[in-house]
Design a protein around this ligand. Structure first.
Ligand code: MN
Ligand code: MN
Length: 364
């Protein structure tokens, strides 16, 4: 059994849980190496404390699951079959009891939980979510190698975008070019909807790109990432087009210094909330506190937003191998916004930035 499954098995034994049922795409991939978008179909894994695990997946995906390295039983089904009947028969044949069942409380539908409950009427549900978070929190060398490459491709995306800035070009012109060039490098999927924003629109942290043209004196903000071999990257850079005013310069330099304040304390043992506080205190002192409305960052891995949440009230301590974003921003309505975001891994020595695109104020 692979180490990831083993760790989950150890936990089931320790907690005296009869089995875990894992069916969130990212968790299935983490445990099995099988990366697949199930849509409404079920792809899940039953993990037992004292027996081999079993996967449930559509017939048509069975060869891919095996090719990905799954070497245990597979309950496979056609679109006309009721897979819950197949699951029930399988579990009964194994004489599997289900008094306590661990499920992904944030990621399982009510109907699936009900279906399990129909098989095991007296089931007591326990959350496996936190355990999966803590397993996925520390990245191994193979994961780090992929994350590094994904970050390089994000750097490349920004490079393409910055080089394409020109009067008359729209946000979508530049966005399309970035994604086109990344697709030519083999990237099928972005880790989220690419963001290219200009001018006053940069003041919206979750703004929507459109056919707005770039004008002299605009901030241009890029926020993008790729999915590579199942892992995500996430970078933000902000540049200025042709000329800059004093307030834009002040905002930019404040965000950059705030990010450095957070980065400078990124090391093993730092309280996560303090990473947020370092940037927040800096921005507040500069008078922009009310314009930094979000947490400093989020964990990064198979999901573009995963554990841990890098928020002010998180008392957890940073551990070696944790990967997360550090992304302070200042967003002033009608003026514009700046965000600078890097992907960080905690190392023995401190931290390493996986994204490396330059950050000094750039006037294109
Ligand atoms: Mn981002
Ligand atoms: Mn982010």
């Amino acid at each position: 059994m692979n180490q990831r499954l083993e760790r989950l098995v150890d936990w089931l034994r320790e907690k005296d849980i009869d089995f875990a049922f894992v069916q969130a795409k990212a968790n299935v991939f983490y445990l099995s190496g099988f990366y697949s978008e199930p849509h409404e179909r079920l792809i899940g894994i039953f993990v037992f404390p004292n027996a081999e695990p079993v996967m449930v997946c559509p017939n048509m995906e069975k060869p891919q699951a095996i090719a990905a390295g799954w070497e245990y039983d597979i309950i496979s089904y056609s679109d006309s079959e009721n897979y819950w009947e197949l699951i029930e028969n399988y579990l009964h044949k194994r004489n599997q009891i289900g008094n306590s069942i661990a499920i992904e409380q944030e990621h399982i539908s009510y109907s699936r939980a009900n279906a399990l409950n129909n098989i095991y009427k007296n089931a007591n549900f326990i959350s496996v979510e936190e355990k999966m978070h803590s397993l996925r929190l520390i990245k191994d060398d193979q994961e780090l190698a992929i994350l590094k490459q994904a970050a390089q491709l994000a750097d490349f995306g920004v490079e393409v975008g910055v080089s394409a800035i020109k009067s008359g070009k729209t946000e979508m012109d530049i966005l399309a070019l970035i994604e086109y060039e990344l697709k030519r490098k083999g990237i099928r999927e972005m880790s989220f909807s690419t963001m290219v924003l200009t001018g006053a629109k940069t003041a919206d942290p979750h703004g929507n790109p459109g056919i707005t043209e770039i004008n002299r004196g605009d901030f241009v903000l890029f926020d993008l990432g790729v999915v590579l071999d199942g892992y995500c990257s996430d970078i933000t850079r902000t540049v200025v087009y042709q000329e800059i005013n004093d307030e834009q310069r002040r905002i930019y330099e404040t965000v950059l210094a705030a990010q450095n304040a957070s980065l400078s304390i990124c090391s093993v043992g730092t309280r996560i909330g303090d990473i947020d506080k370092a940037a927040r205190n800096y921005i507040t002192k500069a008078g922009y506190g009310e314009y930094f409305p979000h947490r400093i960052g989020h964990g990064l891995g198979i999901d573009v937003h995963e554990f841990p949440s890098m928020s002010e009230n998180n008392d957890d301590l940073l551990q070696e191998g944790a990967v997360f974003t550090v992304e302070p921003g200042i967003y002033v309505p009608n003026v514009g916004g700046v965000r600078i975001e890097d992907d960080i891994v905690i190392t023995k020595e401190g931290f390493e930035s996986l994204t490396k695109y330059p950050k000094e104020l750039t006037i294109v």
